[in-house]
Design a protein around this ligand. Structure first.
Ligand code: NDP
Length: 245
């Protein structure tokens, strides 16, 4: 199986949701640097415009709030053909364990991290189907791995940590598998990425020394540019190694 980049698709088109800052902006920048036309998804037009100016090259603003059906539909109407969709927009609402967290934290988190991905993916499927090599990359989290959550060797033990966020990423991983199976016959590659701990607004507890968001973005770009014999339905760490479900 080949998971090296596919240079043929570099004149294509990509959409990155939540690309006005953080890891998403880095993904958009690297895809633009690779020669693609990149729609910088941003729920706020001004913040998006600033990111587009910073990225330059093939970057274009696409105002898109993944939790707002009208915004999703309006954005999808603006994109005729799409080669790459990166579902990156994400939130972390509430930090407690399941018994500590209120249901509103779960609803708010799932609204973006799960239902937002469903809405955006479904709305852009017609545009993706017009591509010769459609790719979907879901930005998940290693903390959504059930294997890494339990047992004596757990990398991210569940004790005291964000149940809403982590279970939303476990659901996103499951969705990745469902989409990969449903779309496999149409040439799609659908994969999830564990980007690693990165100092961003979402992850205020991370230190800059924990790793550059650009390094995580490179992992997403690799999955976005997969060749036809690349993997689908997988969960991959930012460095290319497999992540356990
Ligand atoms: P940031 O908070 O820096 O960026 C999140 C982005 O998502 C922002 O652009 C934000 O927009 C956008 N967003 C949030 N809600 C919506 C919405 N309803 N519609 C559209 N855009 C929205 O966080 P990161 O860059 O760290 O996160 C990117 C992804 O990486 C997330 O899915 C996150 O879960 C994942 N991740 C991050 C890790 C880390 O250590 N940083 C580790 C594991 C996973 P706005 O500026 O308007 O708020």
């Amino acid at each position: 199986m080949n998971d090296g980049p596919n240079s043929d698709v570099n004149d294509g088109t990509a959409l990155v949701t939540g690309a006005n800052k953080g890891i998403g902006k880095e993904i958009a920048r690297q895809l633009a640097d690779a020669g693609l036309t990149v729609y910088v998804g941003s729920r706020d037009a001004e913040r998006g415009r600033r990111a587009v100016e910073e990225i330059g090259g093939g970057a274009r603003l696409l105002v898109l709030d993944v939790t707002d059906g009208r915004s999703v539909d309006a954005a999808a109407r603006q994109v005729g053909e799409l080669d790459i969709l990166v579902n990156n927009a994400g939130v972390m609402v509430g930090g407690g364990t399941a018994p500590e967290s209120d249901i509103d934290s779960f609803r708010a988190t799932y609204e973006t991290n799960v239902f937002g991905v469903l809405a955006v993916t479904n709305a852009f499927l017609p545009a993706l189907r017009r591509s010769a090599r459609p790719r979907i990359v879901n930005i998940s989290s290693g903390t959504g791995s059930l294997t890494w959550s339990t047992g004596p060797d757990a990398q991210f033990p569940t004790v005291g940590s964000g149940a809403a966020y982590r279970s939303s990423k476990a659901a996103l991983n499951a969705l990745t598998v469902f989409y990969a199976h449903a779309l496999a016959g149409d040439g799609f590659k659908v994969n999830a990425l564990a980007p690693g701990l990165r100092a961003t607004d979402l992850n205020a507890c991370a230190a800059a020394s924990d790793g550059d968001p650009a390094e995580a973005a490179a992992g997403a770009v690799r999955l976005a540019l997969l060749p036809d014999d690349g993997p689908t339905g997988g969960f991959h760490s930012w460095d290319g190694t497999p992540a356990p479900w």
